[in-house]
Write a new protein. Sequence first.
Length: 451
Amino acid sequence: MSSNPVAETVASLMPTARTELTELVAFRSVADFDQFPKSESEGAANWVADALRTEGFQDVALLDTPDGTQSVYGFLPGPEGAKTVLLYAHYDVQPPLDEAGWTSPPFELTERDGRWYGRGAADCKGGVIMHLLALRALKANGGVPVHVKVIAEGSEEQGTGGLERYAEEHPELLKADTIVIGDAGNFRVGLPTVTSTLRGMTMLRVQVDTLEGNLHSGQFGGAAPDALAALIRVLDSLRAKDGSTTVDGLAAQASWDGLTYEEEQFREDAKVLDGVELIGSGSVADRIWARPAVTVLGIDCPPVVGATPSVQAGARALVSLRVPPGADAAEATKLLQAHLEAHTPWGARVRTEQIGQGQPFSADTTSPAYTAMADAMAVAYPGQEMQYAGQGGSIPLCNTLAALYPQAEILLIGLSEPEAQIHALNESVSPEELERLSVAEALFLQNYAGN
């Protein structure tokens, strides 16, 4: 990185950043209180609130959102007449999955091979630290030139919409000229990237019932309708032979016009086993950024160990559908429900329950904020030009903010590049990316204030 006062300040703050990220990662802040203590999320929320107060933020508050979680808000006043920028991140995390499968404990930040490992290190506790580093660097180099609002969400990973509903009920709270969502990531390490589109999502529980109770498979199997087999049939109907998503009535042929994602690079990033084919048709970018994708997240059925020779009376699954830009998540939900009902065999009884939903998002990349960010990234990443990419994941808040504040510019950056392996075992963050993106955000705020 070229010599720059802001960059030098951020570099000097990296040991502090590691200490703080260690503290924040230590909270088991999964917003599923059936699995993880609510006190862990409350501890993380208080940590963020204390950090904001230490940096001079005013009106710091723990917002009780309608889904039973807390989002952390703070306001840092800038010069009179300055623009207002909202910085977003979330402190809740995905469950660690199989903790025994982690090379190091998931809630202990551990350095290995030049990366920092821990659940939430990249997604998105690292985003909280990124915002703090950028603001500290500005304070050390002439001050923060804009009004800053920070919002740290407490349930983004659950998709339960608490912050979206709170924002709709308090529309002035998060109003800003520009919004920086720190929950995306570079296309790969060292390649500065803004995310210009997000897929939306919907999530359904599917319950299939066929019998009043389980039956002996020897006495009744062959004629008694098996609920688990019926569920497998209906789930299989959601994919074509090549693995493409096939929900009746949902368009699935859109193309991505932008950054190319080579198949071999994707196989490496996704760690696809040798000899296993990729699914779907079209380019990789088409499949993961521009088209719908269904995933069966879980099935309730007897485990292999301890299973009895029984015809199953009931079975259920959790199904996720990623909704591409240009489609409506509510309509996609109706189509998915209708598809599941229509394709359930043998007259089995089927019920669906919606668990979460978020709309897809497309940014206006021609706005002045994008120019300011491109100039900032050119300094933070010498010799690299800012790229535009899609992201297959969902950030439901984006569309809520776009609807509430139609004049606001929205940028998505962050630490979740492919090597970060977010949501998977051994999630990690690149400290070099944390440093460079913190510099980029600080310089962006300077550039944007001067526009």
